[in-house]
Design a protein around this ligand. Structure first.
Ligand code: PLP
Length: 499
């Protein structure tokens, strides 16, 4: 497979170069040159998660060759890929990796106007648990694989990188767990001192890996993010320490997420070929983009639903065709509190006919004005594929309550946003076909956001057994001034001290 940039002006690359590059040279995002077809669904049914993962992803990895057909340095061979996939998903606490559990039938609205699950004739709802990895959130599904792929490619090339990132909680802990003890990677994650949850902080500070550094800074997440950007902008420093990132625009993360659409489809479809709909709590458009890719590869997906919290740039865009930045408001689903949905650029590239120059113009207008609109024709194409909805914190809390009352399950606030939007679209007649199952993606374990869950239902969710001693483990936190020179000195020290 070869990869092209959404802005059409960067070199065409193979998989291993796209993996390490992240962003393309022209500021665009890489996408495969063409969409491979899924293997026949009947052949995938009954296979293990790692087996399906290899079958779905291999066409994206294969063909990393030069003009004469010789494998490029760092190209991932099939046998290594199978081993890497098996190792990545062995870190999950169930062999199913991303299990599906029933949520019951949908339909009907409670007297209070809150969405409720009832026994009416709506479609069956299912919960796809994406939080069974080491840090209890869906980012583990992609990052456990990507960390290992990085290591494999770097080691074959005799290179080493330092992953530098800022986090408000979730991404940083998942990235640190993915990079801990990898041979060719150091990782330094900056977080705002005192502003992450205790679970999130402890997931970063109790790893005990000499190559993984959790760094507390005075200030906010934005201060941390600005320092990371400044470090990357210092080209001399960037080259000296081989800075790298594993952010959500990395193609390999999207690729890894395609797999669970396929496995959950197989789990709930009445027969191979029958339609299934998906509802996805999303902010950056990363998770749901993977669903769209699965559909392009031939998965019989009926509707793909974007579920937003109050930071609803995506829902406004899919409703009006105008993408407009507004201020971020903090919510009880903080991992969706974003201003700009970077991965949307990949979808735009597709719907406007893979015209890189047109995408570059759109993104330049968006950057300059903070707003940009697509044509009614493009909006029509988007609405042909996606539905959307948004939920505020109070409604999300009501969903957490109603799910708990009806099924006994505790769901986290991000997951509740998706379930609530699903309920509303059932009521609105959008997801009304009772024969089409609906899969709601559960993106975090409830114990990752215990305060919001407790406020909603009065029950404090317990950590799973694998993390039950999290609060007893020794923490290692480094402290640093919120100043570029100090961060750079810390990165240099961090690299020098890895065993
Ligand atoms: C990151 C994250 C999301 C949003 O993911 P997108 O990439 O924006 O789709 C949703 N829920 C949780 C718990 C997350 O950590």
């Amino acid at each position: 497979m070869r990869y092209v940039s959404t802005r059409g002006a960067a070199p065409v690359l193979g998989f291993s170069d796209v993996l390490l590059a992240g962003l393309a040279d022209d500021g665009g995002l890489y996408l495969p040159e063409r969409w491979p077809e899924l293997p026949p669904l009947a052949e995938l049914a009954g296979r293990t998660y790692p087996e399906v993962a290899v079958a779905v992803m291999w066409p994206f990895v294969d063909g990393d060759v030069d003009d004469d057909g010789r494998p490029l340095s760092g190209a991932v061979d099939r046998e290594s890929f199978e081993r890497i996939v098996a190792e990545a998903y062995a870190t999950f606490d169930t062999p199913d990796v991303c299990p599906v559990v029933p949520l019951g039938g949908a339909g009907g609205t409670g007297a209070s106007g809150d969405a409720v699950l009832s026994e009416s004739a709506g479609p069956e709802l299912h919960l796809l648990e994406l939080f069974r990895g080491p840090t209890l959130a869906f980012k583990d599904v992609a990052l456990q694989l990507v960390g290992r792929l990085f290591d494999h490619v770097l080691s074959a090339r005799g290179e080493r990188v330092c992953v530098l990132g800022a986090t408000s909680g979730d991404t940083g802990s998942a990235a640190m767990h993915a990079c801990a003890d990898r041979e060719c990677v150091d990782i330094v994650i900056l977080f705002p001192d005192g502003r992450t949850s205790e679970v999130q902080r402890r997931q970063m500070t109790t790893l005990g890996a000499s190559n993984a550094h959790a760094v507390a800074l005075p200030g906010t997440f934005d201060d941390c993010q600005d320092l990371v950007k400044a470090a990357f902008a210092d080209v001399e420093f960037r080259d000296e320490v081989h800075l790298s990132a594993v952010n959500s625009i990395n193609w390999a993360r999207v690729m890894a997420q395609v797999v669970y659409y396929v496995t959950s489809y197989l789990a709930v479809a009445p027969e191979p070929g029958a339609p299934v709909s998906f509802v996805v709590p999303t902010g950056n458009f990363g998770n749901i983009l993977a669903g769209w890719v699965a559909k392009r590869m031939g998965l019989p997906i009926d509707r793909l639903v974007v579920a937003s919290n109050r930071n609803d740039i995506l829902t406004r865009f899919f409703t009006t065709g105008t993408m407009e930045v507004t201020e971020v408001v903090p919510t009880t689903s903080p991992s969706m509190d974003i201003q700009v949905s970077s991965n949307l650029e990949r979808l735009l590239f597709e719907v406007i006919g893979r015209d890189g120059a047109a995408v570059a113009d759109l993104m330049a207008a968006f950057r300059a004005d903070g707003t940009v609109s697509v044509s009614t024709e493009v909006l029509g194409l988007l609405q042909g594929e996606f539905d959307c909805g948004r939920l505020d914190d109070e409604s999300a809390a009501a969903v957490i309550r109603s799910v708990q009352q009806r099924t006994g399950l505790l769901v986290d606030p991000h997951t509740a946003i998706g379930i609530g939007v699903a309920e509303r679209l059932v009521d609105a007649g959008v997801l009304s076909d009772a024969s089409v199952p609906v899969v709601c993606l559960a993106t975090a374990h409830p114990a990752k956001f215990p305060d919001a869950v407790q406020a909603a239902v009065g029950i404090r969710p317990a950590l799973p057994d694998s993390l039950s001693d999290l609060f007893e483990r020794d923490e290692r936190v480094e402290h640093c001034d919120a100043d570029l020179a100090a961060v750079q000195a810390l990165v240099r020290r961090a690299i020098a001290t890895t065993d």
